[in-house]
Ligand binder design. Structure first.
Ligand code: SF4
Length: 369
């Protein structure tokens, strides 16, 4: 099997796979990777499996065979985002701030808003995306080890999204020690590398992501589907973590494939008005309605792709509505099977905040590095 080389020599298929292969072939380079939630319910389709089948364990195994040194789950980054975004929302509620607060994890939406609605700049959360937060954590964690071991760390993000390639190059993702993410590979690109490596993906035994960042909550996993960010944040802000409470959050109206969904939830002694939108045309209509006074919200989630990241531009195609529905079902199933359902209950977070970030907590936010 492949041991970190490209046996077919087909490294020019895409520039980004070529860069990943090059890093994998360099013994002085530590190649670390994070895998976004939506990838796990779609990559199996590239190897004859059904949409929605959760194949994170096979993907981890395949990436180790390709030569990746550390493989993590971006769900941990999502748990960080949930925590930070929930705190930001509470802070705005308690101390004043722009409303509605818009989510910030989708580069398609953030780019659209920057270009078309600069008046909303302060409405958009200051939080980096899960990829961006995890990228900062990995860079900070490995920079000391790199110096001690005479190595360099090359950080790869496996994403359902072509827009994430642009996000990785945004000013806020580049610090004096370099880029937080070196390369973004789409689901299709990592599948291509697995094929080039001659790996029989469907036959692989599942393996777990690496520690110390390998644990994620169910809330982090549902980030990959429209409504998932909102449900994860509401779970975190809910008064308790009992099964009934989490069920109530799930049925506030945040789930489902309607273009615009509305919900309300009690947060900090008041009723929070929430909207969940996917597709930029729906977002534009919602903004026009808000600006004309026809709708009012406190929190708005926007994802650019149909169904959210499960329908991202880097996912296997063609993407029928039934395919997206099956992928969404796979993510909700994975969530329901996790023992940790709320982000703040992920025990790895205390290590991240205490041991890795310390005083550099600002690295989780835009424009504050
Ligand atoms: Fe990328 Fe689409 Fe997900 Fe936005 S919704 S982060 S553009 S895959």
């Amino acid at each position: 099997q492949c041991a970190g080389v490209c046996p077919t020599g087909a490294i020019t298929v895409r520039d980004d796979t070529a860069r990943a292969w090059k890093a994998l072939q360099d013994p002085q380079t530590r190649v670390v990777a994070q895998i976004a939630p939506a990838v796990r319910v779609a990559i199996g389709e590239e190897f004859g499996m059904e949409p929605g089948e959760v194949t994170l364990g096979k993907l981890v195994a395949a990436m180790r065979m390709l030569g990746f040194d550390e493989v993590y789950d971006t769900g941990l980054g999502a748990d960080l985002t949930v925590t930070e975004e929930g705190n930001e929302l509470l802070d705005r509620l308690q101390n004043g701030g722009r409303f509605p607060m818009f989510t910030s994890c989708c580069p398609g939406w953030v780019t659209y808003a920057r270009n078309r609605h600069p008046e909303l700049a302060e409405n958009i959360s200051t939080c980096r995306s899960p990829m961006g937060m995890f990228g900062a954590v990995l860079r900070d964690y490995f920079s000391g080890k790199d110096t001690a071991e005479g190595k360099k760390t090359f950080s790869v993000a496996v994403m359902p999204c072509t827009g994430k390639k642009l996000e990785a190059g945004w000013d806020e993702m580049v610090t004096e020690i370099g880029k937080d993410i070196d390369v973004v590979l789409t689901t299709q690109e990592i599948a291509q590398m697995i094929r080039e490596g001659g790996i029989d993906f469907a036959a692989l035994e599942s393996e777990g992501p690496d520690m110390p960042f390998g644990l994620t909550s169910g809330a982090g996993v549902i980030f990959g589907v429209t409504g998932g960010v909102t449900e994860a944040v509401l779970r975190n802000l809910a008064a308790d973590s009992g099964h009934d409470t989490l069920q109530q959050v799930a049925f506030t109206g945040v789930r489902g494939m309607e273009g615009v969904k509305e919900a309300s939830a009690a947060v900090d002694g008041r009723e929070l008005r929430v909207a969940v939108v996917h597709g930029l045309r729906n977002a534009e209509q919602l903004i026009q309605d808000m600006q004309a006074g026809r709708r009012q919200y406190d929190f708005v989630e926007v994802m650019a792709c149909p169904g959210g990241c499960i329908g991202g531009g880097g996912q296997p195609g063609p993407q029928a509505a039934e395919t997206r529905a099956a992928r969404a079902k796979g993510l909700y199933q994975a969530d329901s099977e996790t023992q940790i359902r709320r982000s703040q209950e992920n025990p790895v977070l205390s290590k991240v905040y205490g041991d890795v970030l310390g005083e550099n907590h600002h690295r989780l936010h835009r424009g504050r590095h």
